[in-house]
Design a binder for this molecule. Structure first.
Ligand SMILES: NC(=O)c1ccc[n+]([C@@H]2O[C@H](COP(=O)([O-])OP(=O)(O)OC[C@H]3O[C@@H](n4cnc5c(N)ncnc54)[C@H](OP(=O)(O)O)[C@@H]3O)[C@@H](O)[C@H]2O)c1
Length: 333
C-alpha cells in the first residue's frame, strides 16, 4: 500500500510532541512528516530520532500533498483551520472538542467503534481523554452486558492542560507562593474540583464532555453518565474511580476473563495501578474491581492511563492507521 504524507498540527505542544513519538514508535507508514504550529514556532528544530524536523507555520499552502492531518490545537483554531484542511482533501483526525458531538463526525476509540471511521466526511474526532479512559475501562463489562449508568470521579494530571499546565506545577513546587495562571487555584500540594468553565447548572466543561461523549461511542442513547472532574498535582496520567450499574448481574470472574480479551486493557490486582507506573505506556490499567454492597447490579473499579498517549496521541494514530489500512484517507469536501 502507498505510504502517506502526514502533518501534525500543534507539533510543539504536549499532544503534538507525543504524537510525533508515537508515529515513529508504531512505524506509521509515512512518506513525509510536516510539523505545523504557530508563527511563533516557525523554524524551531524538533528531534525526530535519526533526523530532525523544522516547524512550519500552519497555512493552506503547507497542506499541499498532505493526506492525513493529526490535529493537536485548541478549539478556536480548529474551527478556523478545519474547513481549510477539508478543502485540501486530507483526512483530519482532531484532538480538540470542536466536532466531537457533530452528527456527521465519527467519534472513535478504535478498540470499541473503529467501524464508525467508514462514514467520515473528512473529519474523525478523538474523544476527550477522560472519556477514552472510562470507555476502555468498561470494555470487559460491555462484552458481557449493557451498562445502564456510570458515575465517575476523575483525578486528572496537569498535562491535560498542555505544556503550560506542567510548567505551572513545576513553578509552584519550586515556589509554592507562585500565583496561578493556568489553573483557578494553586495546583501544587492541592486538588481542584474544576476543569474548564462552569455552566449555569454548575457543570464544568470537562464534565459536560464526559457526560455526552460515551453515548455516541457506544451508540447507546440511554446511557446515563454523571461525573466530577478534578485536577490533581500529577504531571502525566489520569486516574478515575468508576461506579457502574449493569443491566444484568455479571460475576467479577467473568469480567476478569473478559479483560484478557480486550486489546489495550490490562487488569492489575497486585494490588492496583497508580498513575506513576502507568506513565509513558499505552495500556489502560484497571484494578480494585469489586461489587457494590448496596446494589446487586453495581460495580466499582479504579483505572489509570497516560492521557497524552492512549487518551490523545495513540488513539489518534490508531484512527489514522485504521483509515489507511481500509483505504479511507482523502475523503475531504
Ligand atoms: N493535553 C492532553 O492531555 C489532551 C488530551 C486530549 C485532548 N487534548 C486536546 O489536544 C489539543 C492540544 O492540547 P495540548 O495539551 O497539546 O496543548 P498545548 O501543549 O498548549 O499545545 C498547543 C499547540 O497549539 C499550537 N498553536 C497555538 N497557536 C497556534 C496557531 N495560531 N496556529 C497553529 N498552531 C498553534 C502551539 O504551537 P506554539 O508552540 O507555536 O504556540 C502548540 O503546538 C487541545 O484541543 C486539547 O484540548 C489534550
Amino acid at each position: 500500500m502507498e505510504k502517506v504524507n502526514v502533518a501534525v498540527l500543534g507539533a510543539t505542544g504536549a499532544v503534538g510532541r507525543t504524537m510525533i513519538r508515537i508515529l515513529q514508535e508504531r512505524r506509521f507508514p509515512m512518506r513525509s512528516l510536516k510539523l505545523l504550529a504557530s508563527p511563533h514556532s516557525a523554524g524551531k528544530v524538533i528531534d525526530l530520532g535519526a533526523k530532525t524536523g523544522i516547524v512550519e507555520e500552519f497555512s493552506p499552502a503547507a497542506l499541499k500533498d498532505v493526506d492525513l492531518v493529526f490535529g493537536a490545537v485548541d478549539n478556536d483554531l480548529v474551527e478556523e483551520y478545519a474547513p481549510l484542511i477539508q478543502r485540501s482533501g486530507a483526512l483530519f483526525v482532531d484532538n480538540s472538542s470542536a466536532f466531537r458531538l457533530e452528527e456527521d463526525v465519527p467519534l472513535v476509540i478504535p478498540e470499541i467503534n473503529a467501524r464508525d471511521i467508514r462514514w467520515h466526511h473528512g473529519i474523525v474526532a478523538n474523544p476527550n481523554c477522560a472519556t477514552i479512559l472510562a470507555m476502555m475501562a468498561l470494555s470487559p463489562i460491555l462484552k458481557l452486558t449493557r451498562v445502564k449508568r456510570m458515575i465517575v470521579s476523575t483525578y486528572q494530571a496537569v498535562s491535560g492542560a498542555g505544556m503550560k499546565g506542567m510548567d505551572e506545577l513545576e513553578r509552584q513546587i519550586r515556589d509554592p507562593s507562585a500565583a496561578p495562571e493556568v489553573f483557578p487555584f494553586p495546583i501544587a500540594f492541592n486538588v481542584i474540583p474544576q476543569i474548564g468553565d462552569f455552566d449555569e447548572n454548575g457543570i464544568s466543561a470537562e464534565e459536560w464532555k464526559m457526560q455526552n461523549e460515551g453515548r455516541r461511542i457506544l451508540h447507546d442513547e440511554a446511557l446515563q453518565v454523571s461525573c466530577t472532574c478534578v485536577r490533581v498535582p500529577v504531571y502525566r496520567c489520569h486516574s478515575e474511580s468508576i461506579y457502574v450499574e449493569t443491566e444484568t448481574e455479571v460475576s467479577l470472574d467473568a469480567i476478569r476473563q473478559a479483560a484478557e480479551e480486550c486489546p489495550g486493557l490490562v487488569l492489575n490486582e497486585a494490588p492496583y495501578p497508580t498513575p506513576k507506573e502507568c506513565t509513558d505506556s499505552d495500556a489502560v490499567v484497571i484494578g480494585r474491581l469489586r461489587r457494590d454492597e448496596a446494589c446487586p447490579h453495581g460495580l466499582h473499579l479504579w483505572c489509570c492511563c497516560d492521557q497524552l498517549r492512549k487518551g490523545a496521541a495513540t488513539n489518534a494514530v490508531q484512527i489514522g492507521e485504521w483509515a489507511w489500512q481500509n483505504g479511507l484517507l482523502k475523503k475531504g469536501v
